[in-house]
Design a protein around this ligand. Structure first.
Ligand SMILES: Cc1cc2nc3c(=O)[nH]c(=O)nc-3n(C[C@H](O)[C@H](O)[C@H](O)COP(=O)(O)OP(=O)(O)OC[C@H]3O[C@@H](n4cnc5c(N)ncnc54)[C@H](O)[C@@H]3O)c2cc1C
Length: 218
């Protein structure tokens, strides 16, 4: 099993037993999430920007308008830190102090670069589209040259990463288990509802099969 080397950057310090560094665990969380948060610092001011992502092998792909601050930061060769969180439950403990959440989260590190080659950009847009909406690329108008030009694609080889996973019931203080407060888990799942037609939809256009019963793999 291939793993990311633990360094001062990616080592989980608090509850290290919840940390994981193998590619499989990290990438499973990355692939299930619909969005990530990209962190970067400009002139000592941190910014955290939510955005859509895709993974190709050990590379994270992001896209955005060619004018964004994030893209300027990347063009200058500066590092990025990317976080993804999947929430699995509210952990309700007998004490306020021990309330928590069940989650699967990852933090990725790397330095991005812009993909300039139109074919590479096209392939990346395909990956970004199909990851969120599998089947859509062949069922929509494809990007034209102007749209392709207006879109920047960032490729960030994942240098190192960590996962942190909390599962299970609350962890109360030994003496608190005698208390009569309810304690347990409120599970959280993400629900996708039936597709709703665009009011401007041409009459009798059916909902594509790939959108019926849409769900993310877990
Ligand atoms: C939904 C959610 C709620 C949380 N609520 C709290 C809270 O209320 N209070 C609190 O103290 N902590 C909370 N955490 C945990 C928090 O994310 C950190 O793990 C925690 O602050 C301890 O960080 P540290 O001191 O071990 O590491 P830091 O020094 O902060 O980080 C060192 C390295 O460890 C890795 N790392 C740290 N945390 C994570 C993570 N969550 N996922 C993946 N890699 C990680 C990163 O690579 C990071 O660079 C929560 C996490 C999640 C996902």
């Amino acid at each position: 099993m291939s793993t990311f080397t633990k360094t001062h950057r990616n080592r989980v310090k608090r509850h290290p037993e919840r940390g994981a560094y193998d590619h499989e665990t990290v990438y499973k969380i990355l692939d299930e999430a619909l969005i990530c948060h990209v962190g970067f610092a400009v002139d000592n001011q941190p910014f955290v920007i939510p955005t859509i992502h895709a993974r190709r092998g050990d590379t994270l792909l992001l896209h955005g308008a060619s004018t964004s601050r994030l893209l300027k930061h990347i063009e200058a060769g500066n590092p990025l830190c990317v976080a993804v969180t999947l929430l699995d439950g509210l952990v309700v403990a007998r004490s306020i102090f021990n309330n928590s959440m069940n989650y699967r989260s990852i933090v990725l590190f790397g330095t991005g670069h812009l993909l300039d080659d139109p074919e590479e950009k096209y392939a990346a847009l395909h990956a970004l589209t199909e990851r969120v909406l599998p089947g859509r690329w062949d069922d929509a108008r494809l990007p034209n040259r102007k749209e392709l030009k207006a879109t920047s694609i960032i490729a960030m080889p994942i240098e190192t990463a960590s996962a942190k996973i909390r599962v299970g019931p609350p962890k109360d203080e030994p003496e608190d288990y005698a208390l009569e407060f309810w304690a347990g888990i409120v599970p959280i799942t993400q629900t996708f509802h039936a597709p709703q037609n665009d009011p401007k939809l041409k009459d009798n256009t059916p909902v594509p099969k790939y959108l019926q019963g849409y769900k993310r793999h877990s």
